[in-house]
Design a protein around this ligand. Structure first.
Ligand code: NAP
Length: 251
């Protein structure tokens, strides 16, 4: 039986590459995001029997419910949930940041992800099979100036997926958190810098950053492990990115 995956944030970046890769791997994929026309063109390029475009704003729980209720019968058994939709907004210090940006990140990266997971987990538990892959970030482990709520939301995502594993003990359901560092070729920094594309572009100059395809390959590898193997976490960075010293500011 063909497996069905549901991928959030499928209108751009990682999500779009993950949909393409999962279709190549033989999945039928429900592609979710707010921008429906982007999902439609993805579906028409990959085949409407392979990709089902589903408009969903994960930051509003009623919209998640409505979207799931609209799924045709033969797309309702979800084997793989890829919780990828998410965003960073701004890079301001906590004492200068826009609080409404913080709420948007919390509503999307935390509340949306947990609500969707809560809605889809029971069917997996009932069947005693399934897999959840979440997109965390190195920012969920490594602090940096301006990451404040974004980093904290990804720390939540990491701990939530590890705690899911604890709750799912004794079942065959697998959970993995993928934690990327600097990745280029997505809309992530354009969104973070609110349309300042020049600033976004500068961030990647000469960095040979990770690409969406690298992340899609990682998802594909995680999902293709034998049934008895659970990859708990993967932290992935470009070779050009590494760790700095802990700074000491002196008088
Ligand atoms: N790029 C990086 O450097 C990087 C590094 C580490 C982790 N990540 C994480 O990886 C994930 C994907 O990032 P990306 O680089 O691919 O970003 P991206 O190109 O900006 O794509 C983000 C996707 O999320 C969707 N999205 C945003 N808000 C949404 C909402 N309220 N409801 C539904 N969908 C929503 C967007 O679609 P619509 O706008 O159409 O809704 C878009 O498809 C995010 O969780 C991000 O935090 C990225």
């Amino acid at each position: 039986m063909t497996k069905i995956a549901l991928v959030t944030g499928a209108s751009a970046g990682f999500g779009q590459a993950i949909v393409r890769q999962l279709v190549t791997d033989g999945y039928k994929v429900i592609a979710c995001a707010r921008r429906f026309e982007k999902l439609q063109s993805l579906a028409s390029s990959l085949g409407s029997d392979k990709v089902y475009p589903l408009q969903m704003d994960v930051s509003v729980s009623d919209k998640i419910d409505a979207a799931l209720e609209n799924l045709p019968q033969d797309w309702q058994k979800i084997d793989l949930l890829v919780n990828n939709a998410g965003l960073a907004l701004g890079l301001d210090k906590a004492y200068e940041a826009d609080f409404s940006d913080w709420l948007t990140m919390i509503n999307t990266n935390i509340i949306g992800l947990t609500y969707l997971t809560r809605q889809l987990l029971p069917q997996m538990v009932k069947r005693n099979s399934g897999m959840i892959i979440t997109l965390g970030s190195t920012a969920g482990t490594i602090p940096y100036p301006g990451a404040n709520v974004y980093g904290a939301s990804k720390a939540f995502v990491k701990q939530f997926s590890l705690n899911l594993r604890a709750d799912l003990a004794g079942t065959k359901i697998r959970v993995t958190n993928i934690e990327p560092g600097l990745c280029e070729g997505t809309e992530f920094s354009n969104v973070r810098f609110k349309g300042d594309d020049e600033r976004a572009e500068k961030l990647y100059e000469g960095a040979h950053a990770i690409t969406s395809e690298d992340i899609a390959n990682t998802v594909s590898w995680v999902a293709s492990q034998p049934e008895h193997v659970n990859i708990n976490r993967i932290e992935i960075m470009p070779v050009s990115q590494t760790f700095g010293p802990q700074p000491v500011y002196r008088d």
